[in-house]
Design a binder for this molecule. Sequence first.
Ligand code: GAR
Length: 193
Amino acid sequence: MTKRIILFASGNGSNVENICNFFEQNPSVSIVGVFTNNPKAGVIERAKQFNVEVHVFNKKDFTKGYLLEKVVKIKPKLIILAGFLWRIGEDWVKAFPKQIINIHPALLPKYGGKGMYGEHVHHAVKANKESETGITIHYVNENYDEGAIVFQKKVVLTENNSVAQIAAKVHELEYRYFPEIIAQLLEEVPNEV
Ligand code: GAR
């Protein structure tokens, strides 16, 4: 039985591309949609390369339940936030308990919360002269970056690492581990869900 997954992203989409690559040769997992709130997002072209259907939605679709209705019909095993910047509402968390995961580019609970995304996180890490950073993959609840942690991986920083170098180190971890963790979680989700 094929396990359907969908991906949400707001920007560049390099993680989405990496996940699509990872599962391309895996007949038991099917990426049935990429959803974005940003009609100019790089993720749109990246997803199209894999012939994955792209859905662009607006705030109203998202907050009034129209999009949720559409996604419920797809019956995805997992909803994966890969660089998606809007807060997920309680209606989504209730409809998909323990089926929505997010990747965050830092070691939560550090550097999480509203406004802490992408480059902003790396700038803050640099400003605080942290000796390490990393990635966190976690279940999503109604608060930004607060759901139960599934996986974390650290990387060492040196004092002279630039923001761009910190970002590159974090992206490397994301590409290496995110698809594998998704695959592991898919093993755990019961088939009847
Ligand atoms: C990734 O580093 C991801 O961890 C981060 O956005 C980046 C998206 O890059 N997500 C967040 O900051 C969520 N709070 P990508 O579009 O190239 O995959």
